[in-house]
Design a binder for this molecule. Sequence first.
Ligand code: IDP
Ligand code: MG
Length: 156
Amino acid sequence: MGARERTVVILKPDALHRNLIGDIIRRFEYKGLKIVGLKMTKLDDMKLDEHYAHHKDKPFFASLKKFMKVSPVVIIALEGQDAIQSVRLLTGDTKGSDADAGTIRGDFAISVQNNLIHASDGLEAAEKELDRFFGKDELYDYNRIDEIMVFEDRDA
Ligand code: IDP
Ligand code: MG
């Protein structure tokens, strides 16, 4: 039994520079997750300080912020049953070299910092990140024709 959730994914600058955006988004589409928001934007210090507040005293904080500002990023809101956990599982461990094969980081990343994507790590984070990165008019409600096949009624 799972709840319908929304979660936030950021395709980091290395994903853009390595031409991996299509491959990464395709994995979420294959999983059955619905894209309910999507944009390209540049992250500024204010957003990054907020987003990575849990790392502000770490030695890598400055480097992480610099990396996240190398180019625009692509930010996606995904919706589905248990979307938060599903996306974290598809994402893999933080450090690319430790991440399981088959995950996005396991298949495409080797670095701990340059690990291609961000994914909300829980319900509270997802709600904060949806607010942080999307205006209300940038998130969409719509029915997809395959939903009847992706979910079984008893899943809900
Ligand atoms: P997560 O992205 O897997 O949730 P977090 O611990 O929330 O991992 O860290 C946020 C981001 O900070 C990571 O995705 C990575 O880009 C960066 N990061 C985390 N730990 C390190 C580190 O030890 N060195 C360099 N960068 C790190
Ligand atoms: Mg995190």
